[in-house]
Design a protein around this ligand. Structure first.
Ligand code: F0G
Length: 368
């Protein structure tokens, strides 16, 4: 019987690890690529969702965090730090716990979803709420790591990008080739950077340049790279606008970021792939969130629906060609931030029906 061994062991020949590396893993990766019938019908193509909420802490961050915490241990670090809109902190806290490291997380006060906050607390992280936004938190985290003995595990750490590129490998492994298009939300822009790196490495013969690798040339696994379409929230769309946004605002708190660390790499992914980075409104994000839960059976957090919102928007604009294979990364689990599901489209609260304890009343209520 084979059990998935986490992204480092599954893709060791394509990552900067050595055979003797002590691997910190919670079994991340190996997430399902789920066919999306309603979206496929909408665009007259084949649409799949890479469901990253199925990772151990409920988001794609785990792919990068297994690498970052493994690197921290290899360097003899005792403490790690990150800035986060919530998912990175949940992931860092969990992986640091397994490694026996102290974990400090800096989050924007009042702007992170309750599920994520509870994860960081449950795993015993040192939780600091900063009176500012994510960009300010990242600035502090960087300076802490430069001036104090703490190891930075944000995606400005290249180990994070290395781990996250395995998302692209898994898509190609599942489909047998790269898709025509890959869509995803863009916040701090680490993930679009990572997917593009993964797709590029998988589309050509490749030799692992890292110490400890066999030095063997690995074959190309894909015949081409996809066109990358990234989507920012309209109130937090610095790459789209071409300048930092000092007060980013969006209901998709995970991508409420005004000055992404991997800005230029995201632009490179866009330009090298002949893709786009565009904005979607909060309303479009919440519509896509509802579409996923009510039509595809996939429950995600609002930010995770930005790629789907982007597809629907581009389709309405007549910009999605028919008969294409399209993969959309849905980045985090719906249970991270469940409140949105309890709101109707008009913003009012969903109220469950109350009935007396009686079969006939329930049957009548159900229209049976
Ligand atoms: N989707 C979710 C659910 C996220 O948590 C994030 C980023 C993104 C998309 C955007 O990915 O930053 O690589 O462009 N969350 C970070 C955090 C910022 O702190 O958890 P990105």
């Amino acid at each position: 019987a084979h059990q998935w061994r986490g992204v480092i062991r599954e893709y060791a020949d394509r990552l900067p690890v050595e055979e003797t590396t002590e691997v910190i893993t919670l079994g991340e990766g190996g997430t399902p690529l789920v066919y999306a019938p309603a979206l496929s019908q909408l665009v007259s193509g084949t649409v799949y969702l890479k469901v990253e909420g199925m990772n151990p802490t409920g988001s794609f961050k785990d792919r990068g965090m297994t690498m970052a915490i493994t690197a921290a241990v290899a360097e003899g670090a005792k403490a790690v730090v990150c800035a986060s809109t919530g998912n990175t902190s949940a992931s860092a806290a969990a992986y640091a716990t397994q490694a026996g490291l102290t974990c400090a997380v800096l989050v924007p006060a009042g702007k992170i979803a309750m599920g994520k906050l509870s994860q960081a607390v449950a795993h015993g992280a040192e939780l600091i709420q900063v009176d500012g936004n994510f960009d300010g938190c990242l600035d502090i985290a960087r300076k802490l790591s430069e001036n104090y003995p703490v190891f930075l595990v944000n995606s400005v750490n290249p180990a994070r990008i290395e781990g996250q590129k395995t998302g692209a490998f898994e898509v190609v492994d599942a489909l047998g080739d790269a898709p025509d298009y890959h869509l995803l939300p863009v916040g701090n822009a680490g993930n679009i950077t990572a997917y593009w790196k993964g797709y590029k490495e998988y589309s050509q013969p490749w030799t692992n340049p890292y110490a400890g690798a066999s030095g063997e040339e690995l074959p190309a696994m894909a015949s081409h790279t996809p066109i990358m379409w990234g989507f920012q929230a309209a109130g937090a769309a610095p790459i789209v606008m071409g300048h930092p946004v000092t007060e980013p605002e969006t209901v998709a708190t995970a991508i409420r970021i005004g000055n992404p660390a991997s800005w230029e790499k995201a632009e490179a992914a866009r330009d090298e792939s002949a893709g786009v980075i565009e904005a979607v409104t909060d309303e479009e994000i919440l519509d896509a969130h509802r579409w996923l839960s009510s039509r595809e059976g996939v429950f995600v957090e609002p930010a995770s629906a930005a790629g789907v919102a982007g597809l629907i928007k581009k389709h309405s604009a007549g910009e999605v060609p028919a008969d294409k294979t399209i993969v959309i990364t849905v980045t985090g689990h719906g249970l991270k931030d469940p409140d949105w599901a309890l709101k109707n489209a008009d913003g009012s609260d969903v109220t469950p029906t109350m009935v007396p304890q009686d079969v006939e009343t329930v049957a009548r209520q159900l229209g049976l």
